[in-house]
Design a protein around this ligand. Structure first.
Ligand SMILES: Cc1ncc(COP(=O)(O)O)c(C=O)c1O
Length: 400
């Protein structure tokens, strides 16, 4: 009898972490590799946030805290939702976890019974389907096409809803496409959801602040107040505040759900790091001008990459509204042959070719539920990006 639970055979390790590790290994072995796989800003955490963490250590903030967040952090999160999203929450409607990832995972563990369905628009963040499977739910994947900006269409959402639907997961701006829902886009979805009162909304707003060209972010409970009582609004400090390593994410929602999430957390990890929580208070309450200057850099990189990729034979790249990803189609290289005679049959073949021939590490679209595409994270230096684009261009030209 295997020591491993059968539950585990339903899931796979994170493919994005796998690509990042492979690129790291090749680099360690002396290969010249440009890693465009990692989903984290290359900017350092701002000093005022680091200083708050140091002060917390000195002040002896080094003990267990309340399981789902300190009162100070919950108050800062309440203020954030009011200020940025016009949403009113009380501290007991807030939960804090070890990254947005843990909050999403705990929410699914706390709510899914075997057979419950979760609607996940594809391309999706790699962890959603596997988290649903671990919680013994059933992911219902709804493809979202490039000609709709990779966004979920109201009629496709309507068709995917069944009596077993527990949640729909929305993610705007999206990992992996960077697509973001305007107020009108979101209203079309919330109008559908309003008609199906048994469906709950899990909105992953992790990239809220990373939007370009004056795009205005919105979140479902703000667009449709009737959904407030069945929406879990998930957010975190990882991306906007350059704090991926600090591991703080949070969510707001109905008290019963928030208590259930805390119950799961109380029997697994307990509180997130006390020091990271203190740093997150400084992040949420402090100046945000660095976000605007980081966004200028991100926007310039996005434009550089989109323009360069659209010049590569066989590739076509949609210009997204936010996050730090682009999701180009590689349909035009499928069926072509590499210089050493291999036929590119899938997007996975194409990314393997890019890594082996040119040392550029990207992630295949099939890992995110839509092929043939690949994801580039442009959260890396502009020089490295420009060089990666030159290499991708050369690799595409070398195909016959
Ligand atoms: C869409 C999305 N949601 C959630 C997360 C998890 O964020 P955290 O690092 O706070 O756990 C990520 C991180 O890559 C993400 O891209």
């Amino acid at each position: 009898m295997s020591v491993l639970a059968s539950r585990l055979s339903r899931i796979k390790p994170s493919p994005t972490i796998a690509v990042t590790s492979k690129a790291r290994e090749l680099k360690a072995a002396g290969r010249d590799v440009i890693g465009l796989g990692a989903g984290e800003p290359d900017f350092d955490t701002p000093d005022h946030i680091k200083e708050a963490a140091i002060a917390a250590i000195r002040a002896g903030d080094t003990k267990y805290t309340a399981v789902d967040g300190t009162p100070a952090l919950k108050n800062a999160i309440v203020a954030k939702f009011k200020r940025d999203n016009g949403l009113d929450y009380k501290p007991e409607q807030i939960t804090v976890g070890t990254g947005g990832k843990q909050v999403l995972y705990n929410a699914l563990m706390a709510t899914l019974d075997p057979g419950d369905e979760v609607i996940i628009p594809a391309p999706y963040w790699v962890s959603y389907p596997d988290m649903v499977l671990l919680a013994e739910g059933e992911p219902v994947i709804v493809p979202c096409h490039q000609n709709n900006g990779f966004k979920l269409m109201a009629e496709d959402l309507e068709k995917a809803i069944t009596p077993k639907t527990k949640w729909v997961i929305l993610n705007s701006p999206s990992n992996p496409t960077g697509s973001a829902y305007s107020w009108e886009d979101m209203k079309a979805l919330t109008d559908v959801l309003k008609r199906h009162p048994h469906v709950w909304v899990m909105t992953d707003d992790m990239y809220e602040k990373l939007v370009y060209d004056g795009f205005e972010f919105c979140t479902p409970a703000q667009v449709e107040p009737a959904l407030y009582d069945r929406t879990l609004t998930v957010n975190g400090v990882s991306k906007a505040y350059c704090m991926t390593g600090w591991r703080i994410g949070y969510a707001a929602g109905p008290v019963e759900l928030i208590k259930a999430i805390a119950k799961v957390q109380s029997q697994s990890t307990s509180n997130p790091s006390s020091i990271s929580q203190a740093a997150s208070v400084a992040a949420l309450e402090g100046p945000e001008d660095f976000i605007a200057s980081n966004n200028e850099v991100f926007k310039a990189r996005r434009d550089l990459v989109v323009e360069a990729l659209n010049k590569c034979p066989g590739l076509s790249c949609h210009r997204p509204e936010g996050a730090f990803y682009v999701f180009p189609s590689c349909a035009g290289v499928i069926g072509k042959r590499t210089p050493d005679g291999k036929v590119i049959e899938t997007d996975e073949d194409f990314v393997t070719y890019l890594l082996e021939a040119e040392g550029v590490a990207v992630v295949q679209g099939s890992a995110f539920g839509l092929a043939p595409y690949f994801r580039i994270s442009y959260a890396t230096s502009t020089e490295a990006l420009a060089e990666a684009c030159r290499r991708i261009h050369r690799a595409c030209e070398a195909l016959s």
